[in-house]
Design a protein around this ligand. Structure first.
Ligand SMILES: *Cc1c(COP(=O)(O)O)cnc(C)c1O
Length: 396
């Protein structure tokens, strides 16, 4: 075991040492100028992260709560009596739909199978046939690793007079999101994915003119009312309720680190790291769930080789201090997910690839022994053709 876990997950992530220092900053009161300055600095840095050209037109609120809090704040507050269309091609699109159903009577859904791209024609026809006021979509559908098309959906929203709101929880900090060019009214994200900070904070960046309109809707929530967040930001430079101040210090530091490196440079670095992992995993004969061209650069969704159980794979990797994710919903047992965000070095990536090879060889050799007394040749990955000849529990 190493003295730490290497989190090859799509969040939480290994945080930088600069953040450990930042989180133990002095105690301050959130109704004092110190906090106003801290929040102001975070807001400024978020606007810079999104590379917004017309900065005065956008604002950012920070919410104490994970990414789901920011999503629920948007869905509870932007629709009012209007109609919202949710586009879903995975677990997180499904969650947007579930949340919207709680808050909005007129919730529409276009759903395609998990891991499948949207059919833009179908969406265009749907918008022509229905009065839709808001369109909501996940940018990076984390369950499959698929990036959904912001520019195209944003253009359709604009052409149909609808607001476009985006769940950017797992893409902000790693992928370009051009709010201006893509007509995005609001984007949500969290502190603990590609931003690289501790879990517990989320934020919504949005067009000022749409923030102003929120007061006309009666959101049925106290804590997650986006209009209230905006009013406190505008009038006091503060948050409506007691914020998790130490996490704000850490988030400010994480954003400062990103901006110091340079946004574009950072995106390129994350992408290069994903590429290193993908090349290495392909060399181990592993196959991926979706086309690489459709993938976000923060994680890779890998098909589990026949004869291997995800549970055993994760357990063996954990013994080597490596944490990977398992597939959810219809992908459960069929895929595992390897993230590449947070503080992971090239050395860590090579360590991971070596460990993964060892674990795959061991598990396949064990499975081969159960199928036939002839051992697989040591040092070679052999795909066993008959994974269902023995019950999974015998393997564990
Ligand atoms: C992780 C994730 C969420 C939920 O975020 P939490 O921080 O777990 O609340 C929402 N949407 C997407 C796309 C995610 O990846």
């Amino acid at each position: 075991m190493l003295d730490k876990y290497l989190l090859f997950t799509p969040g939480p992530v290994n945080v930088a040492e600069t953040l450990r220092d930042a989180i133990s900053n002095k105690d301050i009161c959130h109704r004092e100028p110190d906090f106003d300055a801290l929040l102001g600095s975070i807001e400024n840095k978020l606007i810079s992260l999104f590379q917004i050209r017309n900065r005065a037109r956008y604002r950012a609120v920070v919410i104490t709560g994970s990414g789901t809090a920011a999503n629920e704040a948007i869905l509870s507050s932007v629709v009012g009596k209007g109609a919202i269309l949710i586009l879903s091609n995975g677990e997180f699109g499904g969650r947007l739909h579930k949340t919207s159903n709680i808050h909005n009577k007129r919730t529409h859904l276009i759903e395609v199978p998990w891991g499948t791209p949207f059919d833009l024609n179908q969406i265009e026809l749907y918008l022509a046939a229905h009065q839709i006021d808001v369109i909501a979509m996940v940018h990076h559908e984390t369950c499959s690793g698929m990036l959904n098309p912001l520019a195209q959906i944003g253009a359709l929203a604009k052409a149909n007079g609808a607001l476009f709101v985006v769940d950017g929880v797992s893409s902000v900090g790693a992928e370009v999101i051009d709010m201006e060019a893509c007509n995005i009214a609001f984007v949500s994200s969290s502190s603990s994915k590609a931003i690289g900070s501790y879990p517990g904070l989320s934020f919504v960046v949005g067009r000022k003119k749409y923030f102003k309109q929120l007061k006309h809707h009666a959101a049925k929530t106290t804590y997650l009312n986006l209009a209230t967040f905006y009013a406190f930001l505008k009038d006091h430079g503060q948050t409506p309720n007691t914020p998790a101040v130490p996490l704000f210090f850490a988030l400010e530091q994480a954003l400062a680190d990103i901006l110091r490196e340079g946004v574009i440079k950072r995106y390129a670095r994350i992408k290069a790291r994903a590429e290193l992992l993908r090349v290495g995993m392909r060399r181990l004969n592993l196959e991926f769930l979706i086309d690489e061209a459709d993938m976000c650069s923060i994680l890779t969704t890998v098909l589990v080789p026949p004869s291997i159980s995800v549970r055993n794979l994760r357990a063996r990797l954990r013994e080597k201090s490596i944490i990977v994710y398992e597939g959810k919903g219809c992908f459960a047992g069929k895929v595992f997910q390897v993230g590449n965000i947070g503080e992971l070095s090239d050395y860590d990536i090579r360590f991971f690839l070596t460990a993964l090879k060892d674990v795959l060889l061991t598990l396949q050799a064990e499975a081969a022994e159960l199928v036939s007394p002839v051992k697989s040749k040591a040092g070679r990955l052999v795909m066993l053709p008959t994974p269902d000849r023995f019950p999974a529990k015998v393997v564990s």
